[in-house]
Ligand binder design. Structure first.
Ligand SMILES: Cc1cc2nc3c(=O)[nH]c(=O)nc-3n(C[C@H](O)[C@H](O)[C@H](O)COP(=O)(O)OP(=O)(O)OC[C@H]3O[C@@H](n4cnc5c(N)ncnc54)[C@H](O)[C@@H]3O)c2cc1C
Length: 134
């Protein structure tokens, strides 16, 4: 991929999209500049507790970390929300405001309840108990 020209990358994309008839016109009239993002997957590397600094390190009074590489327990990186929540965490903590950052989404609770639902459904099938599936 890194050795491809922009034209080659665009040809590949058009192929995947099954755009054949208009392909040569699109290629002739488009400018495609390849852009390497070598560190983009760094956010998804395995990480241990302590690898990333807490938003407000212990004892810090005027320094905080924001963005994608600080630790927000349970949260999901590569989202705008992660940066927003880290900034909120930093501001609320350093200004001593008694406010909570935006919640991590309903997913965490829905995930638990959907696992419960799936388990109920699975056991009802196993035990041959008809169950209304919601
Ligand atoms: C292709 C792509 C698609 C994405 N799609 C989504 C999506 O659909 N949904 C989603 O939630 N997230 C998405 N993201 C992730 C999202 O864009 C980032 O998580 C978010 O923008 C991070 O915000 P940030 O403010 O922490 O950092 P950034 O938006 O990266 O802002 C950092 C800023 O600091 C500036 N800067 C850097 N170094 C210096 C310096 N030394 N001095 C001064 N300024 C500096 C940079 O120019 C930049 O403007 C996507 C990212 C990419 C790359």
């Amino acid at each position: 991929m890194s050795a491809c020209t922009g034209r080659e990358i665009l040809s590949e994309v058009l192929g995947h999209l099954h755009i054949e008839v208009e392909a040569s016109k699109i290629l002739k009239t488009s400018i495609c500049i390849p852009c390497m993002m070598p560190f983009i997957t760094s956010q998804f590397l395995r990480r241990e507790k302590g690898d990333r600094p807490l938003v407000v390190p212990k004892g810090s009074k005027n320094l905080a970390f924001m963005g994608q590489f600080c630790e927000l327990p349970e949260d999901v990186v590569f989202t705008v929300e992660y940066s927003i929540r880290s900034a909120q965490t930093a501001v609320y903590a350093l200004l001593g405001l008694k406010r909570n950052r935006r919640p991590f989404t309903r997913e965490s609770s829905t995930r638990a309840s959907s696992i419960r639902r799936s388990w109920r459904y699975t056991t009802s099938v196993r035990d041959n108990r008809p169950q209304r599936c919601v």
